[in-house]
Design a protein around this ligand. Sequence first.
Ligand code: SF4
Ligand code: SF4
Length: 110
Amino acid sequence: MIMKLIIESLKNLLKKPFTQKYPKERPNIPHRLRGKHKYNKEKCVYCGLCARYCPSDAITVDREKKEWSVDIGKCLFCEQCADMCPTKCLTLGTDFEFAELDKGKFVFRG
Ligand code: SF4
Ligand code: SF4
């Protein structure tokens, strides 16, 4: 039993680590990662469906002024807004590096 443990430990010592040295090295990003929103203003019809179905009230749409914004600080990254968007002008990209000290900087305007 002990011998088996020693062999297993030695084998693992020679293997590459499973952990990634982020932020020193770029991590492997899963292609389905739900990160920061990607918004195409040209295709937006300001219907407000993304805001209506957002469970955390993170999206604001002003049809009159043609303004759209998301507060990423409130976002749960559930992707419901993108699923609801009829023109597919809203998706969640793979950008996950948006840490901020100032909460106001989490508001992304399209
Ligand atoms: S991903 Fe979810 S929580 Fe974030 S803005 Fe879209 S609907 Fe709201
Ligand atoms: S659901 Fe899509 S088209 Fe409608 S307001 Fe939101 S981003 Fe614009």
